[in-house]
Structure formats: C-alpha cells, structure tokens
Design a protein around this ligand. Structure first.
Ligand code: SAM
Length: 363
C-alpha cells in the first residue's frame, strides 16, 4: 500500500510562505497566486502540501449522496482549541502550505472565524473553506476579514423544491443570501460545487453554469462518488463528466480541460465565447487522479487521514492535547506513509470508500 515514487529533491524549507497577489493566477475576479509543484521528502515521496481540515462532523443538512439522515450519529470528542492549534502548527511544520477548512459544516463551529484567523496568521499560501452556506450570510464578511482567501459553496440545484429534497431540508433562499453576502465581501474567488445526479439535477447544468458566470462565480460539477451514502445510491445516478460535457457543448470550448496547478483535481474548461469564464469538472468516479494527490485530511477528532477512500489513518488527539507539535508532526509522517500508491489505487472507486464517512473525515 505504501506509495512508491522516483527519488526527487530533498524537502528542505518549513518556513511559511506568504501569498503573493502580484503573481499571475487564472481564477475568479481577482488574480490569485500560482502555486508551486509538490515537494518531495528524502525517500522521494511527495510531501503533504495541502490539508483539508474538518472543524466538526456536525452538519445541518443531510444530502442524499452524503449521509442517510440528520441523526446518523456524531463523534464523541473533538479537538479543543489548543489541541487544534497544535495540530495546525504541526501541519505547517510538516510542509503543508494550503489549507481547506471543511466539515461536516464548518460554519456550525462556534470558533470558525477565530480558527480561520489562526491559520491565516501562519502566513499560508492558500486558505479556502467549503460550506453549505446556511450560515454564510452572517459569516461571509467576518471570515473574509479573518483572512480567508477563497470560498466554495455547495449548490446542487437552483430550484427550491429540488434543493430541499436533495439536501433533505435545505432552504435555497438562505443559501443564495449567503452567496450574495460572499459576493459583497469581495472574495478573490468564489466557486460552487454541484454534485450531479441523474434524474435529480442533470437538466440544470447549463442553468447553474450561466447563473454562476453572470455573478463572477466559478461553477464546478462533480461526479457522485461511491463514498458513504453515495455508494448506496442506484449506480445509474452517476452522471459522468463526458455526459456533462455533452450537455454543455453549446457553452464550452472543445478542449480537454486543464487543472489549476496545486489546486486540487478539478479540470477546467473555458467558455466558447469568453475564455475568462470556466467550468470545473471533478471526475472522482470515471477518471481518478490519485497520482497527483498531495492532500492530507484531518478529522475534527484529530485523526490524520491520507486518503478519502480508506479508513486508514493515525489518531493524533492525545499528542495534540499534550501540546506536542513534534509528536503530531511525526504522526503526520506515519499517516502519510499509509497513503495508497497513486499509480494503482483508484480512489473513490475502491470498495473501501463505501465504509468512509465523508462527513466525519472532512469531505
Ligand atoms: N458542509 C460543507 C458543504 O456542504 O460543502 C462541507 C462538507 S461536504 C462533505 C464537502 C463536499 O463534498 C460537498 O461539496 C459535497 O457536495 C461533496 N460530497 C459529499 N458526498 C459526496 C459524494 N458521495 N460524491 C461526491 N461529492 C460528495
């Protein structure tokens, strides 16, 4: 299972790097820094450069592809403030430069603004957050002021009744108010994530894309993955990226799509008419991308997870609670050594993915 890679340059620097807004980027309404290639360690393994850190496994929605209901049980304990800060310091010491705050629903955490401010204070390259936006109207501005660079909002439908059904109780108007607040707060980049489900929202793709473009939002369309509740949906619910491309053929250039280096697995395709407008496709089911994954996940109980598609990981809560930054950094090394081989591992199509709780480990 250990990840094998050709030897590469030694990983040396652990100094936090400041974002440089003058370097050219390609997304959103303002320029963002272009990120460098992943570093490698002495053994030639790609080091974790990017962490998805879950603030809580709690969520106020129960999307049909994510969890069976709102009462499916929560973790018994989560990291307290000091233990959480110790974990973040250890991540930075281990070379992590890009953070995505997630959940569960991260905006349910009472200290979300303080936690974002703490990560920002370490001078990281990139600080993003994924949210369902039910509390974004109130928090968009404080989060921006705390140093959050980028926001991604889950938005599975622009039809209120459908939205309510897919999210099991979500109110579209509340989410749209949250998106408006984020637009007003002036984030350099705002994206939407739409999980495309055949028969539920596959007829809305052009509508969601043009709605986003009209607001300066970068829409992303996601294949449903066989993780957690997604593995229990009928297989025909999968609406593959090639079908999405067919639906959007009148809007998009005929090009294969390019990832934004260092910014995750989405491949972006430009608009036919305006190359500044793009759509991202995330193909976790039809075309997996484990070979380029430099991502570590940290659950809200301090469990360090090298891969979304297995329950392998290292429990770091005791070390974090003892304030042992070096100890947590060593645990990060142990967790990273469990990362599956990126050449043969097929990510969320592996059978182990069905037993993973997306909501608990930070989807
Ligand atoms: N609560 C936040 C939100 O709604 O964005 C963050 C956590 S949520 C688990 C993160 C992302 O995972 C969402 O965009 C969601 O749509 C996606 N997701 C969850 N289960 C999925 C699945 N089975 N397949 C594909 N995407 C999934």
């Amino acid at each position: 299972m250990a990840r094998g890679r050709a030897p590469g340059p030694q990983f040396a620097s652990v100094e936090p790097m400041l974002a440089d807004p003058s370097r050219p980027g390609t997304l959103g309404r303002r320029r963002l820094p272009v990120l460098g290639p992943p570093s490698e360690d002495d053994a030639g393994r790609v080091r974790p450069r990017s962490a998805r850190i879950s603030l809580t496994d709690r969520c106020d929605l129960a999307c049909v592809y994510c969890r069976p209901s709102r009462s499916d049980g929560y973790l018994e304990r989560r990291l307290d403030e000091e233990a959480w800060r110790t974990t973040v310091r250890a991540l930075v010491q281990s070379g992590v430069r890009r953070f995505r705050v997630t959940g569960g629903e991260p905006l349910l955490h009472p200290n979300v603004v303080e936690r974002v401010a703490f990560i920002a204070s370490l001078g990281v390259e990139d600080l993003a957050l994924t949210t369902n936006a039910t509390r974004l109207a109130r928090l968009a501005l404080p989060l921006r002021a705390a140093g959050l660079h980028r926001l991604t909002v889950s938005l599975d439908s622009l039809v209120a009744e459908r939205f309510w059904r897919i999210t099991r109780g979500g109110r579209l108007a509340t989410v749209l108010a949250g998106i408006d607040a984020a637009l007003d707060a002036g984030y350099p980049e705002l994206k939407t994530n739409t999980v495309v489900l055949r028969g539920d929202n596959d007829d809305e793709l052009a509508g969601i894309v043009t709605w986003g473009w009209d607001r300066g939002i970068l829409p992303r369309l996601i294949e449903v993955m066989r993780v957690d509740e997604g593995a229990r949906l009928p297989p025909e619910k999968l609406f593959g990226a090639h079908e999405m491309r067919e639906r959007l053929a009148h809007l998009l250039a005929e090009e294969p799509g390019e990832p934004d280096p260092g910014r995750g697995p989405a491949k972006y395709v430009r608009s036919r008419l305006d190359p500044r407008r793009r759509v991202g496709f995330i193909t976790g089911t039809t075309d997996t991308y484990c070979g380029s994954c430099d991502r570590l996940r940290v659950a809200s109980d301090g469990m360090l997870r090298p891969c979304l598609a297995t329950n392998d990981g290292v429990a770091a809560m005791p070390l974090a609670e003892a304030g042992n930054v070096d100890g947590v950094a060593a645990a990060i090394d142990r967790a990273w050594a469990l990362k599956p081989d990126g050449r043969t591992w097929k990510g969320c199509t592996e059978p182990t993915a069905a037993d993973v709780s997306m909501r608990s480990i930070g989807g």
